[in-house]
Design a protein around this ligand. Structure first.
Ligand SMILES: NC(=O)c1ccc[n+]([C@@H]2O[C@H](COP(=O)([O-])OP(=O)(O)OC[C@H]3O[C@@H](n4cnc5c(N)ncnc54)[C@H](OP(=O)(O)O)[C@@H]3O)[C@@H](O)[C@H]2O)c1
Length: 284
């Protein structure tokens, strides 16, 4: 398959640039400043040139707190940008693969979120991503994959913890009242490509297996890095970030497991592989 990946320099975009070719596909990556998905003319030109079988949209305004102060920009990228992609996907007969988020849900405690559960975003970022989902499904062939708590090459929670440890911060104060599934960009990229290979369509939840809190996630990072530091649980209200986050970000992956015949590996295993990969990169 020929895949056109937008946001190719982000965490997931980079992982697709590695996984796609390894599975025998051709990946053409585009990112800012070359391709701004809010520019319909640039989008049309890139897609007409590549004639992809699938457009995989990894481009997004992902600064959750910054979106509170600039919802118009977040919506332009996460909503209107996706509409541009849907139009060109239809024009060339490509599948639009769009990545969305647990933040479209309100995080009410209870069971894991299923694909058809009612949405109710708590933040500007969540609203902008929901706007993107609504236009992505206008593509005649679409696959909307919701994921959560992503880490891969780039800036992420693991690196934020690592930096605090390097600065000698002890104890670390980490939120314990939000739960979810940390997800490795490489594992998600594998699942995305597999879903494309089997022709999956519609909405699918894809996260690494297992559930923890940010506090539990930080504890495992500290343990795997072999550092002695206390990880102190705090509440979201103590952290007082501009954007509200869902308390329950756990996504039900039954549909994914049904489609692929397997789920993604456990998050602890994924974190170990990520840290090994980053360790090798740091040695080079
Ligand atoms: N990160 C998470 O925890 C998480 C959780 C759930 C869902 N997701 C979703 O997963 C997808 C991938 O996330 P990620 O963590 O890989 O994101 P990321 O690392 O922030 O990468 C996004 C990429 O998109 C680029 N971009 C921003 N605005 C653009 C525009 N107007 N046109 C073209 N490219 C643009 C960014 O460039 P700049 O860096 O120059 O801005 C960046 O290279 C996104 O849809 C995100 O909403 C992420």
């Amino acid at each position: 398959m020929r895949l056109l990946v937008t946001g190719s320099q982000g965490q997931l975009g980079r992982a697709l640039g590695q996984v796609g070719p390894a599975r025998g596909h051709v990946v053409a990556g585009y990112d800012l400043p070359e391709l701004d998905i809010t520019d319909a003319v640039l989008v049309q030109r890139a897609v007409a040139g590549e004639r992809p079988d699938a457009i995989v949209n990894c481009a997004a305004f992902t600064a959750v707190d910054a979106a509170e102060a600039d919802e118009a920009r977040a919506t332009a990228v996460n909503g209107e940008g996706v509409a541009n992609l849907a139009v060109v996907a239809n024009a060339v007969g490509a599948v639009l693969v769009h990545i969305s988020t647990d933040y479209v849900f309100d995080g009410r405690p209870g069971r894991p979120w299923r694909e058809d559960d009612p949405t109710g975003p708590l933040s500007a970022y969540g609203r902008s991503k929901l706007a993107g989902e609504r236009v992505a499904i206008l593509a005649a062939q679409h696959l909307v994959v919701r994921t959560a708590w992503l880490f891969g090459k780039g800036w992420n929670f693991v690196e934020a913890i690592r930096i605090q440890l390097e600065e000698g911060r002890d104890p670390l104060a980490v939120v314990s009242d939000q739960i979810g599934s940390p997800t490795y960009a490489v594992d998600l990229a594998e699942a995305l490509v597999e879903l494309l290979e089997i022709g999956a369509r519609g909405v699918v939840h894809a996260v690494n297996e297992g559930v923890t809190s940010w506090h539990g996630f930080a504890g495992e990072i500290v343990r795997l890095l072999g550092v002695h530091a206390e990880v102190r649980p705090i509440s979201s209200s103590e952290l007082n970030r501009p954007a509200l986050r869902p308390a329950n970000s756990v996504l039900d992956t039954a549909r994914l497991r049904g489609l692929l015949g397997h789920g993604l590996p456990p998050w602890q295993d994924a974190l170990g592989r990520y840290l090994q990969m980053m360790g090798r990169e740091r040695m080079e």
